[in-house]
Ligand binder design. Sequence first.
Ligand SMILES: [Zn+2]
Length: 216
Amino acid sequence: MKNNLVTEDYRYNRYCNISFVLSEKKERFSEFFRASHPRTSNFYKYISPRKSVENRMFREIYNNRCVYCGVSTQVLPASLFEVDHFLSQSECVKHSIANVNYIDNLVSSCSMCNRGKSNYSCSSEYVDLLHPDKNQYPVVFKRDKRYNLEIKEIYQNNTDVVELFRVLKFDNELRRIDYLIMELKDFCKIYPEDSLVCQIKDIIEPIEQHRRDNSI
Ligand SMILES: [Zn+2]
């Protein structure tokens, strides 16, 4: 378990040390998909319907979290998670990527992140750095002790990073609230017998209500 308040990856907290290293899980899913749908390379068509088996499996690859902001189904209903094209159709053309709907271009995202970045444009130089599956986001972004998301110093003058931070609305207050709710819930899971837990659960409820009232 993490002891420091600020973890190495801004998407998880000290009571929940999950992994965003996806390569093997995604490869196994691709093998399953190809066996099930040998005649298509349009992964999106099968993964995007929320009730499909492929959608459930895909979200599980990402621990039922948004790969950008880290929000999980602890905070948002599964219906608010979407299959995001990391690069849009026009961006794929720009970067000579043939199939926008191929598995490599798809990630699990909350609707707030997905819709925010819909027209995001990235220079070729930074496609690898900013593709969430490469797991470089903890190198680029951090969370401070007041739970604010920030760009790490080394990337603060990088226009691609600054623009991504802006379109993802990482400075929105909801990002801090989501993190707080997840941290409190993860604490309650770890110490279920602690007398404090009942009191903490009472505290979580009004915070969640505030979150629901301010959803965008
Ligand atoms: Zn998100």
